[in-house]
Each structure stands twice: as C-alpha cells, then as structure tokens.
Design a binder for this molecule. Sequence first.
Ligand SMILES: Nc1ncnc2c1ncn2[C@@H]1O[C@H](COP(=O)(O)OP(=O)(O)OP(=O)(O)O)[C@@H](O)[C@H]1O
Ligand SMILES: [Mg+2]
Length: 239
Amino acid sequence: MIKVNNVTKEFYQGQEKTEVLKGVHLHIEEGEFVAIMGPSGSGKSTLLQLLGGLDTPTTGEIQISHKMLNEMKEKDRTVFRRRQIGFVFQNYQLLPNLTVEENIAFPLHADGKLSKEYEKLIHEFIQTVGLEGLESKQAKLLSGGQQQRVAIARALVTNPTVLLADEPTGNLDRVRAEEILTLLSKFHRDYKQTIVMVTHDIFAAGFADRIILFKDGVVDQEISRKDSDYAKYLANFMA
Ligand SMILES: Nc1ncnc2c1ncn2[C@@H]1O[C@H](COP(=O)(O)OP(=O)(O)OP(=O)(O)O)[C@@H](O)[C@H]1O
Ligand SMILES: [Mg+2]
C-alpha cells in the first residue's frame, strides 16, 4: 500500500549539501504496524515527512494507495494529506486554547465538513481514546498522556489511509507510553489501521509487526514478528 522506491533527500545549507536519505526502499502493507528505528540524524523524521507529503524527495518515488505523491500538484498533495494521512508528533501539537472536542473536530472543519453531523463520530473517538468527561477541557490543561490521546483521535477522525507517528511516546514516562502504545495497537488490531511509527525505544518498537532499522540514510536491517529469531533480536537490542 505504501511503496518507497529508491528515495533520496538532500538538503542545502548555503553551498553545503547534506545527503540525508541515500536510496530508501520500503514496502508497507495495508493494515501493517511498522516501527522505524535508527540513530539520531539517520533520516527517520525526514522519511516520515516525505511519506506524509509535507516535503518531496530529491529523487525516487513514493506511492500511497496507488497514488504517486511526487506526481501530484502541490494543491492536490495538500488535499491528499488532509484526507489520507494522520500525523502524531512527540510534542502533541494541539491547539492549546481549544477544547478536546474542538481539537478533534479540527481536521473535519479544515476539510469543510460540518461538525454537527460529525458529533457522534467525535464522541465515539473521545470514548475510544479514553477521554470521556474531558470534552470541554482546554488542551493546555491536560497531562501529556491525555494530550497525546487527543492528538491520536484528531489524527484518526478523518479515517486516514495511514497514521504517521514520530516518537509519539518520546515525552512520556513508561506507564503513559505503554498506555499510548496499547491505544495505537488497538486501532491497528480492531480497525486495521496502518501505522508507521518512528521511535528510539525498542520497548515501543516491540508493539509493531515489523521493525525497520535505519542507518546512514538507508534501510540497514528489518525484522518481523513472524521471524523465528524476533524475540532473540529484541533481547539483544535491549541488552
Ligand atoms: N529542513 C532541513 N534542512 C536542512 N537539514 C535538515 C532539514 N531537515 C533535516 N535535516 C538534516 O537531516 C538529517 C536527518 O534529520 P532527521 O530529523 O530526519 O533525523 P532523525 O533520524 O529523525 O533524528 P532524531 O532521531 O534525532 O529525530 C539531520 O542531519 C538534519 O540536520
Ligand atoms: Mg526525528
């Protein structure tokens, strides 16, 4: 469903060129939950931005649901991103003065949808992410874990093709992190949500079906839960 074909990405700072992605190949199936790991600066967030159509590759192709992202006009890519891509970030990125409900309704508004018609859907999401009773609370008054629940509901309320999560548990303690990972797993399991999650944390990566290891701008290793040495791999990683 997601195909990344020989993608490179270069950044220029003045005359100086940095080659961040150096030929990335990746296939992600519909309904898969994939974790991307790798050292700081290896290009994980850059790849996620390209997958989400926030930026374009220098060379190579990205295909999502048979749509070639690089062939789209800027305007079409914006609409595609709004409808097909859900984003979750480490620092939640909610609108602090809006309420829980208003934050979740936001992407529907942005897409010109009347929230009156979507009240039931929004309420269902509030229930699913465990925020009942907090509907009218301003986002800035919530704990980190609660804010990330709002961010997840906001990302998924449009029923996107894929959820892209960049270190979604990076700011949370272990208990809160596990709650968020359990919630993501639930969307993956119960709603077949395709998820691509970047993480530094092997504990978080262990919730995914497959772990992709990045190094120096390319995919270095992959291990799938189905592989016989998966448990050993995780144990080694943690050692
Ligand atoms: N817009 C940009 N302009 C210039 N350089 C950039 C830009 N975005 C990223 N880079 C550079 O690309 C490299 C990879 O950055 P990226 O954020 O993708 O790494 P990462 O793997 O997500 O790292 P981390 O684990 O620290 O989040 C870094 O050297 C960074 O400085
Ligand atoms: Mg990053």
